[in-house]
Design a protein around this ligand. Structure first.
Ligand SMILES: Nc1ncnc2c1ncn2[C@@H]1O[C@H](COP(=O)(O)OP(=O)(O)O)[C@@H](O)[C@H]1O
Ligand SMILES: [Mg+2]
Length: 277
C-alpha cells in the first residue's frame, strides 16, 4: 500500500492562541517501504502520524492510501509508551485487532501465537505486563500492531524510552520481522542511527511548523545489522542527514528559548500591576 500525503497542514487552538504544527507536508511512501521521518522535537512528527492514522483531522491537505488492500486493517500504530492493559496477560494483550473484528477465538489464538513467536515472547504468554521489562513490553505492543494485520504500520519513537542496548536489540528484531513481512512502515524517530539502520528512505523535517525539507535515500546493503554501522555507506548517510538536521535543531532550540523569554516578559507587567494595586 502506498501512502500519498498532499499539502498537509495542522493548526491547533490552545489557550495561548494558534499553534501551527504542520506547514504543508508533501510525501509519498512506497508500497512495502521502510520509511523514516526525522526532525527536531515539536516539528509535528507525532501530529503527522496521528493524521495518517486518522486519529486527528488535518486543517488542510489529504492522506490517501493507494493500492489494493490485502490485509484486515489499514493501519496500526505503535506508540512510544506501549500502553498495555495491565489486567490482561501478554497473550490477552496481543489480539486486540482480531477481537475487535470478532474473529473466532481459535483463529486469533493462532494469530497471537504466531506473532508472539515472531517477537520471541512465546514463553511469556501468560505473564502480566508488570512482570516484563520495558523492551519486552514494547515487543508486545509491536506484536499487537502486527496481529491487527495492517497494510501500514506507524511507529512513533517506539524505542525512545528504552536503554541503549535494548534499543539496538529491538531495532535488529524489527528489521528481521520487516525482512520477512515486508509491510509498509513509517517510523518516526529522532535518532539518526536508527533511521539509517532501518529505513529505505528518510524524510528530514524542518523545525516547526514542520515541512519535509529533504528525502534521503539510504543506500546501505540489506540485511542490515550492528555491523552495518561501520559500512562507509552507512556513515555517509548519517552525515548527510545530520548536515540537513543540525540547522533545524539549532533553529528549534533558539525559537523555544525565545518563546520562553516572551512568556516571562508577558508575566512581569501583570505581576507589577498586581503589586501596584
Ligand atoms: N493536541 C494538541 N493541542 C495543542 N497543541 C498541540 C497538540 N498536539 C501537538 N501540539 C503542538 O504541535 C506541535 C507539534 O507537536 P508534535 O506533533 O507532538 O511534535 P513532535 O512529535 O515532532 O515532537 C507542538 O508545538 C505541540 O505543542
Ligand atoms: Mg512526538
Amino acid at each position: 500500500m502506498r501512502v500519498v500525503i498532499h499539502g498537509l497542514t495542522k493548526e491547533f487552538m490552545t489557550g495561548k492562541g494558534r499553534v501551527q504544527a504542520l506547514g504543508g507536508v508533501d510525501l509519498e511512501v512506497r508500497d512495502r517501504e521502510f520509511f523514516g521521518v526525522i526532525g527536531p522535537t515539536g516539528c509535528g512528527k507525532t501530529t503527522l502520524l496521528h493524521i495518517i492514522a486518522g486519529l486527528e483531522k488535518p486543517t488542510k491537505g489529504s492522506v490517501e492510501f493507494v493500492g489494493e488492500k490485502r490485509t484486515q486493517a489499514m493501519v496500526s500504530m505503535v506508540f512510544q509508551d506501549p500502553a498495555l492493559m495491565p489486567w490482561r496477560t501478554v497473550e490477552g494483550n496481543v489480539p486486540l485487532g482480531p477481537e475487535f473484528r470478532k474473529q473466532p477465538v481459535p483463529i486469533y489464538k493462532q494469530v497471537t501465537r504466531f506473532w508472539l513467536e515472531m517477537v520471541r515472547l512465546l514463553d511469556f504468554s501468560s505473564a502480566h505486563p508488570a512482570e516484563l521489562s520495558g523492551g519486552m513490553k514494547q515487543k508486545v505492543a509491536i506484536a499487537r500492531a502486527l496481529a491487527n494485520d495492517p497494510e501500514v504500520i506507524l511507529m512513533d519513537e517506539p524505542f525512545a524510552s528504552l536503554d541503549a542496548q535494548t534499543r539496538l536489540l529491538l531495532r535488529e528484531e524489527l528489521l528481521r520481522i520487516w525482512e520477512k513481512e515486508k509491510k509498509t512502515v513509517i517510523l518516526v524517530t529522532h535518532n539518526i542511527e536508527e533511521a539509517v539502520m532501518c529505513c529505505d528512505r528518510v524524510a528530514v523535517m524542518s523545525s516547526a511548523p514542520g515541512v519535509v525539507k529533504s528525502v534521503v535515500s539510504i543506500d546501505v546493503r540489506r540485511p542490515r545489522s550492528f555491523k552495518s554501522m561501520s559500512d562507509p555507506d552507512f556513515i555517509r548517510c548519517l552525515e548527510k542527514i545530520w548536515d540537513l538536521l543540525r540547522y533545524e535543531v539549532d533553529k528549534a532550540m533558539r525559537e523555544n528559548h525565545r518563546s520562553r523569554e516572551e512568556d516571562t516578559e508577558a508575566e512581569i507587567p501583570r505581576k507589577k500591576n498586581f503589586f501596584d494595586w
